[in-house]
Write a protein that binds this ligand. Structure first.
Ligand code: SAJ
Length: 415
């Protein structure tokens, strides 16, 4: 079976390789010629465990190739980005142009699946009207479905196979036909629904997590006021069989949790009050962190070492990372920032290449990401290099907390 995957990013590329390694003839399409050229050589331009070898094996078998233009195939999967614009509304231009780009190649019997995260009603109100221009009958000649991706960066290849999938068709046959495709590799359950329910379910998954984290972050703020250890409180509360409070931190980052809730707010601003407030609470955390840095230091801080700038641990992705905002806020206060993140190759500011270099002369070490290798750092070893001996761990990840350093953990203000 022939398949065309539009968009070769964090979702499209692993999905294309997955189908190709399961016997499909896959054409990956991307507007970025560098991505296309690299893929045709078996090379990838994103970091994801196991992906390089997986892609190479599909390319070597002749099952996966790339182009800047689609071709006529049996099925099309759209996996392009849906960023947020300045008005906090979904920018659907990539979904629209991908839908329009496949029009000349469509024929009766084709399956069209949108995996991109989209606001509710996008399939019916935006994608279907574009596909109607093909002259083919939707739901009869063309089978259309939304099948949201749900994989966690860092374990995409495992989750693609083992996660449950939701398939929302514009009618039952569309959902069934789309499900047949995924059955080739999905080991989790496949659940069928309508396209709008699938769109909203995907958004609610990430919104649930964002709202839950906002609750944890609010608790961290309360715990500072009341001198409580909120981390201990969460641990204890979660011993209840029906409670699962998430963890506080320096803010919520990434292109999913920090973005998707706005797609709901955009569509129902009057009603989506809790969702909007949660975004506000999480967006406030970088300010709280910077205030804390000022409080922790015995003398006004002049230099701070930031450890970790990615939006979460063990990845190279800095999109929407709270660390970027925190660095910006520190610099606004004329505090010099030295940055250390072994996962990041390029950033808008220079990166330090060693721990010694990063902590030299600083008033506070600020841990913003829980990369595994940070956990075992013993900062007491670097004590002499620091001007003021403060370490602020916003991820509660450090294992060594020896003497001679003032260790503070975000959320633990128990006195
Ligand atoms: N975070 C906290 N406290 C927590 C958990 C996370 O502050 O207790 C922060 C992280 O540090 C990070 C942010 O939240 O900054 C998001 O991280 P994440 O691990 O929760 O999620 P993502 O954005 O990497 O991936 C999410 C996943 N969604 C859910 O778990 C419901 C993933 O399955 C989705 O496929 C992905 O969004 C997506 O593409 O939508």
């Amino acid at each position: 079976m022939r398949l065309c995957v539009i968009g070769l990013g964090y979702i499209g590329l692993p999905t294309a390789a997955m189908f190709a390694n399961h016997g499909f003839d896959v054409l990956g399409v991307d507007v970025n010629t560098k991505v296309v050229e690299a893929l045709n050589q078996g090379e990838i331009m994103i970091e994801e465990p196991g992906l390089q070898g997986f892609v190479r094996s599909a390319v070597d078998k002749g099952k996966l190739r790339a182009s800047t233009k689609p071709e006529a195939t049996d099925a099309f999967i759209i996996a392009v980005p849906t960023p947020i614009n300045k008005e906090f509304k979904a920018d659907l231009s990539y979904v629209e142009s991908a839908s329009a780009a496949i029009l000349p190649y469509l024929s009766a019997g084709n399956i069209i699946i949108v995996e991109s995260t989209i606001p509710p009603r996008t399939i019916t109100d935006v994608v279907c009207p574009i596909l109607e221009r093909s002259g083919l009958r939707l739901g009869e000649d063309l089978y259309i479905a939304h099948c949201p991706e749900r994989v966690l960066p860092g374990q995409i290849l495992i989750e693609l196979v083992h996660n449950n999938r939701i398939i929302g068709g514009i009618n039952e046959i569309s959902a069934q036909k789309s499900g047949e495709l995924y059955k080739h590799f999905v080991k989790g359950e496949i659940y069928y629904t309508d396209s709008t329910s699938a769109e909203m379910a995907k958004l609610m998954e990430n919104t649930y997590r964002d709202v839950n984290i906002a609750l944890a972050n609010e608790l961290a703020l309360i715990s500072e006021r009341l001198s409580i250890n909120s981390l201990e409180v969460i641990k204890m509360a979660n011993k209840h069989p029906r409670v699962n409070i998430h963890l506080p931190g320096p803010g919520v980052g990434g292109h999913c949790l920090a973005v998707d809730p706005y797609f709901i707010v955009e569509k129902a601003p009057e009603e989506a009050q809790l969702i909007a407030l949660s975004r506000k609470i999480n967006n406030h955390m970088p300010h709280f962190v910077v205030d804390q840095v000022n409080k922790i230091c015995q003398m006004p801080p002049e230099k701070v070492a930031v450890f970790g700038i990615t939006y979460k641990g063990n990845i190279d992705d800095v999109r929407e990372s709270p660390a970027v905002e925190i660095i910006h806020l520190l610099r606004e206060q004329s505090i010099e920032v030295s940055i250390y993140d072994p996962y990041v190759k390029e950033f808008e500011l220079p990166l330090k290449l060693s721990i010694e270099d990063a902590v030299s002369g600083v008033d506070c070490v600020l841990i913003l990401t829980d990369h595994t290798e940070f956990k075992s750092i013993d900062f007491t070893k670097y004590r002499a290099l620091m001007r003021q001996k403060n370490v602020f761990d916003t991820k509660n990840c450090l294992l060594h907390r020896g003497d001679g350093i003032n260790f503070v953990t975000l959320g633990n203000y128990h006195k």
